[in-house]
Design a protein around this ligand. Structure first.
Ligand SMILES: [Zn+2]
Length: 172
């Protein structure tokens, strides 16, 4: 696959997911700011795609998803790794991982998941200064469930539609 080289967040089982819209991510202008800090400091959860705000961590949709429903869980504080998180943050991050899995099972009938941390730039962290846990829902056959027509893959659902579907499931 020609775009292997531009999939910095590869984890187990993700290599075969073809996500050409991630080229937008690779080629986006570098702004220097932290998109997680920006999102968490906003008042508008919908435009920022924030699904849930806990005490110390929040859940946010990934704008450049590997799969429909790809989300991230991160502490509000701009800290680079697990060592720098306090026990409350670490605890809540895992609680929110568990809750997110339940929500994606219930609302999207996800059948499996890839979850993981990319720590450090050499490990593929797109945002090395602000630790975040990726959660990618999986379905049987999702590596080939969308035909490629003229070089474009159809994104099955807009991010705003997805936010509207998932947000109520987190708060209920
Ligand atoms: Zn940050």
């Amino acid at each position: 696959m020609k775009d292997d080289a531009v999939q910095p967040d590869d984890g187990v089982g993700l290599r075969r997911l073809w996500a050409p819209w991630r080229m937008q991510y690779i080629h986006r202008p570098k702004k220097g700011g932290c998109f997680l800090c920006e999102a968490f400091s906003s008042q508008d959860d919908r435009s920022q795609l924030i699904l849930y705000r806990g005490n110390s961590c929040g859940v946010i949709l990934n704008r450049y998803p590997y799969n429909n429903g790809h989300l991230m869980i991160a502490p509000y504080r701009h800290v680079p790794d697990l060592d720098a998180m306090n026990p409350e943050e670490r605890h809540e991050m895992i609680d929110l991982l568990s809750r997110s899995i339940q929500v994606l099972r219930r609302t999207m009938s996800a059948e499996g998941f890839n979850a993981g941390l990319n720590l450090g730039e050499c490990a593929g962290a797109g945002l090395p200064g602000h630790v975040h846990l990726h959660l990618v829902p999986r379905w049987t056959g999702d590596t080939n469930f969308m035909p490629v027509v003229g070089g474009t893959k159809v994104i099955p659902q807009s991010l705003d539609d997805l936010w509207q579907q998932l947000h109520p499931a987190f708060v209920s």
